[in-house]
Design a protein around this ligand. Sequence first.
Ligand SMILES: Cc1cc2nc3c(=O)[nH]c(=O)nc-3n(C[C@H](O)[C@H](O)[C@H](O)COP(=O)(O)O)c2cc1C
Length: 255
Amino acid sequence: MNILWVYAHPEPRSLNGSLRDAALVQLRSDGHTVEQSDLYAMQWNPVVQPVDYGHDPAERFKVATASSKALAAGMQTPDIVAEQQKLLRADAVVLQFPLWWFSMPAIMKGWVDRVFVEGFGYGIRRADGRSRRYGDGTLAGKRAMVVVSMGGSEHTVSPRGINGELDEMLYPIQHGILFYTGMSVLPPVLVASADRMTETDYPAAESELLQRVKGLPTDEPIPYRTQNGGDYDRQFVLRDDLAPEDTGVRIHTER
Ligand SMILES: Cc1cc2nc3c(=O)[nH]c(=O)nc-3n(C[C@H](O)[C@H](O)[C@H](O)COP(=O)(O)O)c2cc1C
């Protein structure tokens, strides 16, 4: 397989850095091709550039529309095109990051903002005019997996844990970005209690990651419901007969 490993940690000698190094060694020795986007090392620019269309107030609405169009396919800078090419070449995409304020570090969000532009990440239509997203899109057929470390313990992301369930916490990333753009999302790898990890604890965390990495080609994805598979009405609301009485993000997974 061709694997794209996207990594967002400022310090290569961190826990995340050690885990990343071990995973890449294993993937390569198993015969996979690995490309990396080490966002801090690349000094990735996460900031969407404003487009200067002048100051005529009458143009304001057009400017707002044009700014999003300026991000669209065909008008990007070489750094964005290079990342899109890596994604297109990949069979599987791994996002590895430490959990910062319940999400990915800003540099990785800025990678998504700038790379997954209109015509690439969203705004893609089928011949019948229906949008291709949530299980369909440019990246359909590829696998994706989140590898995330967190300071909190596993209990805090258990079904009644104070942080909310892990799949709920990662829903904006796993469902809103990875599945949205068409990818099949494997269950995440969680490295919990990361700040308290000792040298004695580390081998278990590394071997769990390596085992999950081995499963990249074959593990069962999270069974998210596809937008165009018949489960949603014309307003993209889940049909009444599916997961009746239930609400929240969990209803978008077949159980
Ligand atoms: C800015 C920042 C925000 C953080 N936010 C969270 C958080 O929301 N939840 C959590 O459990 N840990 C949080 N942490 C702890 C990190 O997830 C933890 O330090 C990291 O995963 C450890 O891995 P590392 O040693 O490779 O950095 C945060 C740490 C920083 C620096």
